[in-house]
Design a protein around this ligand. Sequence first.
Ligand code: ATP
Ligand code: MG
Length: 325
Amino acid sequence: NSIKLENLVQLGKIGSGNSGTVIKALHVPDSRIVAKKTIPVESNNHLVVNQLVRELTIMKSVHMHDNIVSFYGAYYTHASNNEIIILMEYMNCGSLDKILSVYKRHVARHAPSRIVPWFNGLVISKISHGVLNGLLYLYERYKIIHRDIKPSNVLINSKGQVKICDFGVSKKLINSIADTFVGTSTYMSPERIQGNVYSIKGDVWSLGLVIIELVTGEFPLGGHNDTPDGILDLLQRIVNEPSPKLPQGQGYEFPKEMIDFVNRCCVKEESQRSSIQELLCHDFIDMYKSRDKDYKHWCKKVKVRIREDKQIRREDNERAKLEQM
Ligand code: ATP
Ligand code: MG
């Protein structure tokens, strides 16, 4: 069931990040939609690159889990430009950062007072459950630590699945080859910023920050009228300031279990922070156990909103173009 690149028809760009570009593509022989990530490679040492592609290919056997984006293959092409291509499962609701920006535009278009927040307790609980399950699987089965949990690496589909992507080997690859600045992320835990030993609990910290960002719409410690002075200032703040928290008052209302859950993720002292296993047993995960159907319904609705948003933006674009003529 391995895919040949020549059997793919490109359907359009999904997004791009520090390392490369992701495209939606159709695998014609079995009508499967896939996500194709292209990473430009600066090294022309084919031995090194081929070794990395081999390592990536090993991942093919690794990721067969409900909460891990399936990996279909890795390729190295040197036809025109040197690039590494990674084929993976396409997630039709996209990443959390994308869903958050669709939501923000939705709020901006309508009267804000009538908008129900998208990321409620149920949704955050299901997302957290999926992320934690995926992290635990990677670690227990393969001793892989994700190290890059952030909204763009958590993906959702309209079947109600939550999956994580972009971990382990691909990071190593990007750092050693593409030579781009990807080592530092603002979702890194205080101990990692300080260069101390890095454990799987660093990903728990990142999950806490992701949750706060989803419900407030802002990266914690970053936004509002107190914008940090560059990335180094922000990293200083993460180390020096008190732990970020869910906001209270100001129209925010969260279940007490959710507040406690986030507090347990966002503990600066690594040894005091809850483990993945502990969090999976937390009441906040448990209390929505029977609500899978409602979550699935939410995902379907999000899919519809994404399509609407795309349509509106296309129309806005066309209007802007006409006005310029
Ligand atoms: P960075 O390069 O800093 O890790 P990133 O995660 O946004 O940032 P990419 O991993 O290249 O960069 O992904 C680009 C975008 O493509 C993501 O933000 C996400 O919205 C989308 N995306 C990635 N993989 C998939 C997938 N399998 N299915 C659907 N959308 C995807
Ligand atoms: Mg990514």
